[in-house]
Every structure is written in structure tokens, then in C-alpha cells.
Write a protein of this length. Structure first.
Length: 163
């Protein structure tokens, strides 16, 4: 039997976190300057994987790595990557480490979309938190970044664990 926790308690607040994260994605398209289309919003998931790998440690990213990172079937990952290539946001290139392997790179248009997406996300955050104190706005930003870094560290650890 599960216990339902009362709202307003620590346990109730912790129980509300998961549903709140779920609602974040559904309400991500806000009316802010220079909005991002739903299609390009989906494409940024793939572009972020490629961009983060290049920025963090210069790792080369393959279609399989994108699928693995996004937690989707390789065929789904391949379709997502192909869509980004068709849109002009990604290019395929020969690996510098293994010329037989194909890797993904952001094109100039992909870099421009990610810059625009960063500005969009910031404008949305500022709109949502407009009535908050500067302290609360910065504290949530700090904690969200910490949360994502912890999630990434766990994902990395799980990938390195023997299976």
C-alpha cells in the first residue's frame, strides 16, 4: 500500500517534484521574443548532445551515442539525426580517431540555432520568474544546474559500470 503524503510537508513537496518536471516539458513553448518551433525544439535535444560532447571533452559523437544518451532505440536516434542533417543543423564527418567511423558535428546553422535556443530559454526563465526576488531566481538556477550535473554524473557512472 502506498502512502499519499500531504501537500505542504517535506514528503509532499518531494512527491510533487516528479510531476512538476513532467509538466515543465509540456509547457516549454512560451510566448517570448524569437520563439522556437516545436520541431526545432525537438531537434535541440540531438544538437545539445553533440554540442555538449564537443565542449566538455572534445569527444566525437556518433549516431549510436546520440541514441544512447537520449535513451531511444538506435533506429529512432538515426531518424532524429537524419532530420537534423536534412534541416542543415548537423553534418557527418570522418572521425579523426578512426577514419572508418562517421561522427556528427554542428553546422554553422546548428550553432546559430543553439545560440538562439539559449536566448529563448533565458527569456522564458526570466518571464516565468519575473515576480520572484533576484535571490530566489538565482538560487533556483544554481540548484537546477547542480541537479543536472548530478544526473549527468550518475549517467556517466552507470555507462562505465560493468554489465
Amino acid at each position: 500500500m502506498t502512502t499519499k503524503h500531504e501537500p505542504g510537508t517535506d514528503e509532499g513537496l518531494l512527491d510533487a517534484v516528479g510531476p512538476a518536471f513532467g509538466r515543465l516539458r509540456r509547457s516549454s513553448l512560451l510566448d517570448v521574443e524569437d520563439p522556437i518551433s516545436q520541431k526545432d525544439l525537438s531537434r535541440t535535444l540531438v544538437l545539445r548532445v553533440v554540442q555538449d560532447a564537443a565542449r566538455e571533452d572534445g569527444r566525437e559523437v556518433t549516431v549510436g551515442a546520440v541514441a544512447d544518451h537520449l535513451g531511444v532505440d538506435p533506429s529512432v536516434g538515426s531518424r532524429m539525426v537524419s532530420d537534423c542533417i536534412s534541416a542543415g543543423y548537423l553534418v557527418r564527418a570522418a572521425s579523426q580517431q578512426d577514419g572508418r567511423r562517421t561522427v556528427l558535428l554542428l553546422s554553422p546553422a546548428g550553432e546559430a540555432l543553439m545560440d538562439r535556443f539559449r536566448r529563448y530559454q533565458r527569456a522564458a526563465y526570466e518571464q516565468i520568474t519575473a515576480n520572484w526576488s533576484a535571490r530566489d531566481r538565482l538560487e533556483l538556477a544554481r540548484l537546477l544546474v547542480k541537479y543536472v550535473e548530478s544526473q549527468d554524473a550518475l549517467r556517466s557512472r552507470d555507462r562505465q559500470a560493468p554489465r
